[in-house]
Design a binder for this molecule. Structure first.
Ligand code: ADP
Length: 449
């Protein structure tokens, strides 16, 4: 059986069952108690009636058996001769066959019906008068009738009350758990959009219960986390800024050294300095770009961009490296394919993808870049026939500083920031970027704007 996953339904079922058990126990105890009480009352009443009639027989001159006919208080009493023959009073045929017996009031069952019977023998006096049996009797079943209202209560009123309680209880629990739904929705939004700015909405005038306290605590925690993230980003941005000037100096002086170097060894050392300084400079530029995107949020300056021009510029930027690996960079886009975008940022995104295509491409391979309008959208595709990405890593390539282990070496000049930049830029434009790859065969990146 499937387990019930809603806490609300579990609580409602639990207390409805508990209430049912409690009602059953209370009703049974009350029923048993009141049944016993009414039987005791019937018994007392019969004994009283019989005693009164018996007293009358003690004073014969003040009335004989006839007088008991009229009295309402003797409605359950009959008088019989010593041999059992009926003389006066209320004659109950059903119990006529029951033998007269002196002693306590007793219960007798005739044809499934139960009676309380109480017999008293008034002995006769020789030559004066005959003895008589005085019998008091009443059907106990009539006392059960007293419980009819209890049956109505049990079968009608209690189920109605139970239904109302279950419904009311469910609605109250549902309302009480409303803040949990708000918390879940907020957490989902944070996870889906990477938006740490989201907070749990707390209704004004909300009850200050445990869930209210939980929402406040989580909001405080989100404030702290957001504060930490902002601090970390500020640190990265500040550190990158601080690095810019020294790197420019190293690069400039390295290039000067390369110019004036005479020997082969000196030239090689100077070239190394220049290459590494360029690498660090590129890394710092990417970090600064990411910091700028993070800081500016949704603000970009859109302008009309001709994609045929933009893709050509991006392709030519990679030409030198492509030549080194004998990689052909092809562009395929119709003239005047215009979109509204931040030109510098979009150029940076496409350049990063082409750069990767060349970096992770096979010697004498190709990188093809194309753009087309499909419906209301524009697709920019960068395809290569390079080393490809394994299924295990493909979900991680968008993370900052992630690099596949195989490329963690100088050959690729890999830092793991390029695709984070691409993703941030595309998302800033309200678009998406996807990747499909076959290890050993190649990779296709598609930007949809
Ligand atoms: P970088 O290239 O500077 O290491 P990226 O963020 O651009 O950083 O890429 C992350 C990782 O994704 C790279 O280290 C590489 O392993 C993999 N990758 C990216 N583009 C390609 C590609 N076209 N072909 C194969 N692997 C790629």
């Amino acid at each position: 059986m499937k387990k019930i996953s809603s806490v609300k339904i579990r609580i409602t079922i639990w207390y409805a069952a508990l209430m049912l058990v409690m009602i059953a126990v209370v009703l049974t105890s009350v029923g048993v108690f009141s049944y016993q009480l009414s039987i005791d009352n019937v018994e007392k009443d019969i004994i009283l009636q019989v005693t009164k009639v018996s007293e009358k027989f003690g004073k014969r001159d003040k009335g004989g058996p006839e007088s008991i006919d009229s009295g309402e208080e003797f409605k359950n009493v009959s008088v019989h001769a010593e041999n059992g023959d009926y003389i006066a009073g209320r004659y109950v045929y059903d119990i006529a066959g029951i033998e007269f017996k002196e002693g306590k009031a007793r219960r007798e069952t005739v044809d499934g019906k139960e009676y309380i019977v109480y017999d008293v023998l008034k002995r006769g006096a020789p030559d004066k008068h005959n003895g008589v049996w005085i019998r008091g009797a009443e059907s106990v079943n009539s006392t059960v009738l007293l419980g009819r209202s209890a049956v109505v209560v049990t079968l009608v009123i209690i189920p109605v009350i139970l239904c109302l309680t279950v419904l009311g209880g469910y609605l109250i629990t549902k309302k009480a758990f409303e803040p949990v739904n708000v918390i879940i929705k907020t957490a989902d939004k944070i996870a889906e959009n990477n938006d740490i700015k989201q907070r749990i909405k707390i209704a004004s005038g909300a009850r200050t219960d445990e869930l209210y306290a939980l929402s406040v605590t989580l909001n405080n925690m989100l404030d702290k986390i957001e504060g930490l993230i902002i601090k970390e980003k500020r640190f990265t941005s500040d550190a990158s800024h601080e690095l810019r000037t020294p790197i420019s100096v190293i690069l400039a002086e390295g290039e000067y050294l390369l110019d004036i170097a005479k020997g082969e060894k000196e030239k090689e050392l100077a070239k190394n300095i220049v290459d590494k300084a360029k690498q660090v400079s590129r890394l710092v530029s990417k970090l600064l770009l990411l910091a700028r995107i993070d800081r500016n949020g949704q603000k970009i300056s859109r302008e009309k961009v001709d994609l045929s021009v933009l893709l050509d510029i991006a392709a030519s930027e990679g030409a030198k490296k492509a030549d080194e690996k004998d990689i052909l960079v092809l562009t395929n886009v119709e003239e005047n394919t215009i979109i509204e975008a931040d030109e510098a940022l979009l150029l940076s995104a496409v350049s990063n993808l082409i750069d990767n295509g060349i970096k992770y491409g096979k010697r004498s391979g190709f990188v093809s870049v194309s753009a087309e309008k499909i419906g209301g959208k524009t697709e920019i595709t960068v395809r290569d026939n390079g080393i490809g990405i394994s299924e295990e890593n493909i979900g991680k390539i968008w993370d900052r500083f992630f690099r596949v282990d195989d490329v963690r070496n100088d050959e690729y000049e890999s830092a793991g920031l390029g695709l984070s930049v691409v993703k941030s830029i595309v998302e800033l434009h309200g678009g998406t970027v996807n990747v499909k790859s076959e290890p050993g065969e190649g990779t296709v990146f598609t930007i949809v704007l």
